[in-house]
Write a protein that binds this ligand. Structure first.
Ligand code: FES
Length: 84
């Protein structure tokens, strides 16, 4: 099970966290990996980035996730591990 925490702190919120939450939900549904990925929100993890949103996947923190790089991020860091 991958635990994915999307930061909804104020800095990430301003950089589109709300849209990203929807994109994560849709991508999980479309790829039929609902049982393998648990989505949740998190408060500021102190890793605010000038661009994009901070996302934790299990114990690893990624910064700078945007609508533009979402598809690559999802494919490389979520889908790849979820379908193993
Ligand atoms: S608000 Fe998201 S890491 Fe700080």
């Amino acid at each position: 099970m991958l635990i994915v925490k999307i930061c909804i702190g104020s800095s990430c919120y301003l950089k589109g966290a709300q849209d990203l939450v929807e994109m994560f939900q849709n991508a999980v549904r479309e790829n039929n990996i609902e049982g393998k990925v648990e989505l949740s929100g998190s408060f500021c993890t102190g890793r605010c980035n000038r661009n994009g949103v901070t996302v934790q996947v299990n114990d690893t923190t990624y910064t700078g996730i945007t609508k533009e790089n979402f598809n690559d991020f999802f494919k490389d860091y979520i889908l790849r591990y979820a379908i193993q």
